[in-house]
Design a protein. Structure first.
Length: 475
């Protein structure tokens, strides 16, 4: 009998303690309507999001600054049915959550992503929603914003006939884009080509990328988010492959093109040197892991171009016939140890001899190294190794003036508007102390009277070397 009474007594005690602890637990949450949440930001903004693709994940940090725990009775998306935003709290995905606890002086992370349905619009559309928190009867919210952009998606596409890309909508390329021999790809001003990881543009046929000042043809990776708050992936090299021009491809033209952040920039395979393979004007090749411009035994003319920041060589010439005019070739690559120089040219690759002829007029060639020009010459005297530099700034070991080195300024130049070491932004316009100012040949400059930014080079009769003209008022 005593044993039974003892069991009953213990049961009552346990039940009472459970009720007591439960009651204490309930009372531990603040019910004060002035005890509210604070947030890491009042608006969470996404970069442009391609429709059907979805965004990277962003986060909000929610704080309880009070001395008591809070019970958030509701967290919900105000327009979940239409906006496309989704929320993740403690590993649970959804659009609405109830009774979320947050301890005193504590915080929690809420992860947000968005996937937008096709909009049937050429221009980006602003998508908005709110993440609404209800605590002790008081509503608070964090605004959510994203621009949705309809995009043309090409997966493993081969172009077999003459085609034109327009600027109406961006073009997203997976598994590379191939232009077959005999086919021509025309890219109108403002065309934007976004390449997925490792995707390339493979040219067996011909491309004519005809941009304009302020409306270039864009070649870049497809990541639109940020690695860090101040560092978009678009400034990180290696986001896509590059542009490969094969042996049978000729008469390729890039005018006002912006090619950046790939594994490499443009690679041209060996071709007949009596036919023009590549003409590039008013264009940028920037921030690549390998070579910026690699030309193998072909014919090319490069003018008014910026070729900068390569993990290997900005310009790599092996054999061929090349002319560079008013180009800025500068290597300030800072994503690792550089494995090359700003400019290298050679007539021998260790196995095959390639006669080379390379001419540089009114160019600026510099970088972080003591010597930014390198190359190798065949031992065979009958293999031509011809070069010519005129009215240029060269960061290399000084040599006496000669018939092939005319009016050269020998200097290690780093006086530019902005060389970013922390945020990886670069502005290769010369500043007021740059030694390339006023050293270019006016007669050559008359063939290219406007710089890459549209400035008139001949205003003072003393044009600058490189693709940019300094003006009073620049830093």
């Amino acid at each position: 009998m005593k044993k039974i009474l003892t069991i009953v007594f213990l049961s009552i005690m346990i039940s009472g303690l459970s009720t007591l602890f439960h009651s204490c637990n309930e009372e531990s949450f603040s019910t004060d309507s002035t005890h509210l949440l604070t947030f890491s930001q009042d608006t969470l903004s996404f970069d442009t999001v391609f429709t059907t693709i979805g965004s990277a994940t962003a986060q909000i940090k929610v704080y309880n600054p009070n001395n008591k725990p809070l019970l958030i009775s509701s967290i919900m998306l105000a327009n979940a049915a239409n906006s496309g935003f989704k929320v993740n709290i403690d590993g649970q995905k959804g659009t609405q959550f109830a009774d979320v606890e947050i301890q005193a002086k504590d915080s929690m992370h809420i992860f947000v992503e968005v996937k937008i349905n096709p909009l049937d619009r050429d221009n980006p559309v602003l998508i908005k929603d709110s993440l609404v928190f209800t605590t002790n009867g008081v509503k608070q919210d964090v605004k959510l914003m994203a621009y949705g952009q309809d995009v043309i998606i090409l997966k493993g596409k081969t172009i077999n006939r003459d085609s034109t890309f327009t600027s109406n909508r961006p073009i997203l390329i997976y598994d590379s884009l191939k232009v077959s021999e005999g086919a021509n790809l025309n890219c109108e001003a403002g065309t934007k080509l976004y390449f997925h990881d490792k995707a390339n543009l493979l040219l067996h046929g011909t491309i004519n990328a005809q941009g304009t000042l302020g409306n270039p043809v864009l070649f870049r990776g497809d990541r639109l988010d940020k690695m860090f708050t101040n560092l978009p992936y678009d400034r990180v090299p290696g986001q896509w492959g590059g542009i490969h021009i094969y042996s049978g491809s000729y008469n390729n033209r890039f005018d006002y093109a912006d090619i950046h952040s790939g594994k490499y920039g443009i690679l041209c395979d060996s071709s007949a040197v009596d036919q023009n393979k590549l003409e590039m004007t008013n264009s940028i090749v920037h921030n690549v892991e390998g070579d910026g411009l690699s030309l193998i035994s072909c014919k090319a003319a490069i003018s008014n171009c910026q070729i900068t920041n390569a993990g290997k060589n900005c310009v790599n010439l092996l054999g061929g016939d090349y002319t560079f005019t008013h180009c800025t070739i500068a290597d300030f690559y800072s994503w690792g140890i550089r494995k090359g120089v700003a400019l290298t040219y050679s007539n021998y690759n260790g196995k095959i001899d390639y006669p080379v002829k390379a001419s540089f007029y009114n160019c600026l060639i510099t970088g972080t190294s003591a010597d930014e020009i390198a190359g190798s010459k065949s031992d065979k005297q009958n293999v031509s190794f011809d070069y010519y530099f005129s009215h240029s700034l060269i960061n290399s070991k000084e040599e006496p003036a000669s018939d092939v080195l005319v009016n050269i300024t020998w200097a290690k130049e780093n006086k530019f508007i902005y060389i970013g070491k922390d945020d990886f932004r670069y502005d290769f316009r010369p500043d007021s102390l740059n030694k390339a100012i006023n050293i270019a040949d006016p007669e050559i400059a008359r063939n290219y009277p406007y710089d890459l930014n549209g400035r008139y080079r001949l205003k003072d009769g003393k044009p600058d070397a490189g693709c940019y003209e300094w003006e009073s008022g620049d830093k």
